[in-house]
Design a protein around this ligand. Structure first.
Ligand SMILES: Nc1ncnc2c1ncn2[C@@H]1O[C@H](COP(=O)(O)OP(=O)(O)OP(=O)(O)O)[C@@H](O)[C@H]1O
Length: 219
């Protein structure tokens, strides 16, 4: 279970957010500028809260009082951003392998083949990111994040840079990830249709606060 209770002053915005996620896909949903990306960055360890505590199962990732702040690379959390952020000079295969290698994990051909099949990226393995469509690049980014065997996957508006047709193409893959990979996910979006389709739980944010928590009927 992920437990988040954080506060941070972000310019004019006093962010004060508390929620839990017990697996499945929890959507952080709300209008632009409410602090969704900042919360994701705090869970990932990319920015530090001013105060608070973040724990994943029995591991404390951040505790302001106890002065615990586990560095991002040791949190075991995968993250996919709006743009795929693949390495342009690496092939798809090399990009997919990167997270595992960075974490010092042994090569696992079975897991690799499974993720390639799940995301249908076999025909792309020898290409470089510059030769892929936006949707294909995001599928590779999902694969790269999964193959580092994360304890939690953070998805920050992963479809926002795609047009409506590409979004429709990639949504079934996200559903497969949710149903097959069994990695808990936090999914940031301001698109109600996307959240309804992917999320199992919704945390609605407004002006830096949680205003509602519950099922997808909240969107
Ligand atoms: N380092 C910072 N210093 C000052 N203000 C910041 C900082 N980071 C974010 N903000 C402000 O905090 C607010 C929340 O930003 P954040 O990106 O977390 O919101 P968001 O809900 O993810 O928005 P969007 O959907 O547009 O990405 C914004 O008004 C932003 O300008």
């Amino acid at each position: 279970m992920l437990t988040v209770k954080v506060e941070k002053q972000l310019g004019q915005l006093a962010l004060s957010v508390s929620f839990t996620s017990e697996g499945g896909v929890t959507a952080l949903f709300g209008p632009s500028g409410t602090g969704k990306t900042s919360v994701i960055n705090m869970i990932a360890g990319l920015i530090a809260p001013d105060r608070g505590r973040i724990a994943l199962d029995d591991t404390v990732l951040f505790d302001g009082t106890a002065r615990i702040d586990v560095p991002a690379w040791r949190r075991g959390i995968g993250i996919v951003f709006q743009e795929s952020r693949l390495f342009p000079h690496f092939t798809v295969k090399h990009n997919l392998d990167y997270g595992r290698w960075m974490r010092g994990l042994k090569a696992d051909p079975t897991a690799f083949a499974h993720v390639v099949e799940l995301l249908d990226i076999g025909p792309l393995l020898a290409r470089r990111p510059g030769k892929l469509s936006g949707g294909e690049r995001q599928r590779v980014a999902f694969g790269r994040a999964l193959l580092m065997r994360p304890r939690l996957l953070l998805l920050d508006e992963p479809l926002a840079s795609l047009d409506a047709t590409r979004k429709q193409e990639i949504l079934p893959y996200l559903e497969r990830l949710r149903d097959d990979a069994r990695v808990p996910m936090i999914y940031v979006s301001h698109d109600p249709a996307e959240v309804k389709r992917i999320a199992t739980r919704v945390v609605r944010l407004d002006a830096g606060k949680v205003v509602a928590e519950g099922g997808v009927e909240l969107v």
